[in-house]
Design a protein around this ligand. Structure first.
Ligand SMILES: [Zn+2]
Length: 326
């Protein structure tokens, strides 16, 4: 994969090749993208340029032995970590991961789960993976250059795993690089995320299938004004959506908006600006609002699936959001 093989994201690609040609290579990069986005391709094009023996300032050559090994995901100094289920590991499932990523580098979380034969919803990155990475990094680079770890979905690291890796990210060995690819930056342990240079890829998350954005606007306006009565009234209107499917679409739409609020609060966007009203709400909301709101929306979505009374679900949601912004 070369930079020139990637469509769009020109500003980010230019920033990345600039880091390499200037020798100012961050020890940890975190790519933020929507599920199914270009981050894996971008990460591999970046590593290929970093490892290439005869590239230009802008791009790898695509032909030398290093490019060949990086391109086939078999370079011995590049390690991959991704969520699995118990009894499995990134090392044991690497052949399946490699086959999927080579065929479709824009794979989604669900496609990865299917390729690995695991339930992607319950998968995680346990502390054993962190130990494995640290032991691999303790060996000297097999080819004498950079050693890299690509962590796909760091939001799925449990606390213990994240704490183990944190030390390696905080006090990196020379010529060691971590690349994190996340779909939910708000769920990445803050101490890890803050150590990474963050880059947004692809369009900001949005859910075009929901056609009544004013329902969320009214609810959020009430939350921002700290008006519980109006918030509950907005909740009542949401509960009158015509079907459980449309209520679930609302939850997804609202969750995507909350991720944008989070990005706006963290000033995590580079080439893109945060879309819609999220940017306007962000400065008026509590710093931990997005995190709490996402948990409340997850819960509401589960209640919709379980056929709980819609009025109860959305009155509860409005009430919770009001309190989170207290
Ligand atoms: Zn090359």
């Amino acid at each position: 994969m070369r930079f020139s093989d990637i469509n769009g994201n020109a500003d980010t690609l230019k920033a990345l090749s600039g880091m390499i040609s200037s020798g100012r290579i961050p020890h940890a990069l975190m790519f933020i993208e929507p599920d199914g986005g270009p981050a894996f391709s971008v990460a591999m094009a970046y590593l290929q340029r970093l490892y290439c023996h005869s590239g230009t300032a802008e791009d790898s050559c695509g032909e030398c032995p290093s490019c060949n090994r990086v391109g086939k995901l078999i370079h011995p100094d590049i390690h991959f970590v991704f969520p699995t289920t118990s009894g499995q590991s990134s090392v044991s499932l690497m052949p399946q991961f490699r086959a999927l990523a080579l065929e479709n580098p824009r794979f989604t979380e669900a496609e990865l789960g299917a390729a690995l034969g695991i339930d992607s919803k319950s998968s995680l990155i346990p502390v054993a993976e962190a130990r494995e990475v640290l032991s691999q990094l303790s060996l000297s680079a097999l080819e004498g250059g950079w050693r890299s770890v690509v962590i796909y979905l760091p939001e799925k690291m449990n606390q213990e795993a994240a704490n183990r890796l944190l030390k390696a990210i905080e006090e990196p060995e020379p010529q060691t690089e971590f690349i994190l690819i996340t779909h939910s930056p708000e769920k990445v342990l803050q101490t890890v995320a803050s150590r990474c240079q963050r880059l947004q890829l692809g369009a900001p998350v949005k859910a075009p299938e929901f056609d009544q954005p004013e329902l969320l606007d009214d609810l959020m306006d009430a939350i921002v004004r700290r008006d519980l009565y109006d918030a509950l009234e907005a909740g009542e209107r949401i509960s009158a959506l015509p079907s459980r499917e449309s209520a679930k679409a609302f939850c997804k739409y609202a969750s995507d908006a909350m991720r944008n609020v989070f990005l706006a609060q963290q000033k995590m966007t580079l080439a893109q600006t945060v879309s819609g009203n999220a940017a306007a709400w962000a400065p008026k909301l509590h710093k931990s609002f997005a995190r709490g709101a996402l948990a409340a929306l997850d819960n509401a979505n589960r209640m919709v699936e379980r056929n709980v009374n819609m009025k109860i679900i959305f009155a509860d949601l409005a009430n919770k959001l009001y309190r989170i912004n207290g």
